[in-house]
Design a protein around this ligand. Sequence first.
Ligand code: DC
Length: 229
Amino acid sequence: MNNKDINVITVDGPSGTGKGTIGQLLAQRLGYHYLDSGALYRLLALAAMRHKVPLDNVDALTVLAGHMDISFEMNCDGDAPVVILEGEDVSSTIRTEEMAVGASTVAVIPEVRQALLGRQRAFVDSPGLVADGRDMGTVVFPDARVKIFLTASPEERADRRYKQLMDKGESVSLAALVESVRTRDERDSNRQVSPLRPAADAIVLDTTGMTISQVLDRACVIVSEILSR
Ligand code: DC
């Protein structure tokens, strides 16, 4: 089967819009493969920290991005994939605020984004792929059949993140999170390469005030309408 015959569904948007959860559930419902592209940037930040590569050393970061030993172990029970770096399960380590900031920092480097491009495209596999991130519909998979862009107010996104971190026992202040969400949005939206914005042919879905299951239902309707055309 040619790659062009494989359905790709992109779910982009800023953090805290639920795109990771929606992407995973959508992939599960459709029996598709799943790519969490943000995890690649988080893995790079962690690999850099472990190999003592400063986050402004573009050459070393680019080599690391192309060669870091990573894998994702999928499971069928709907849980997030297990993320492996050099043989070690780092699923929780990459979810800390420290790695979120590191990921956002390395993500502005064009050479790093280029080095990760092929690695992301290699996830396309039969019968289909759901890929979530920031530039899935604009840069990585511009020919995707379905492109969804999720948004939500910064306050609601910070509040969702606050609850997630509290559940994991990380203590942070809500005000600091609102500030961090705004700063990260600003950096992700204004960077030169692959800025965060919806593709021209993306369907924008504002999830403010919606539950995950409401967003999932809406996403499923969008997908089935487009795939049946
Ligand atoms: O979705 P996330 O919070 O795990 O992403 C972590 C960082 O990586 C975020 O600051 C933006 C960046 N990122 C990106 O630039 N492009 C992607 N496709 C995915 C994430």
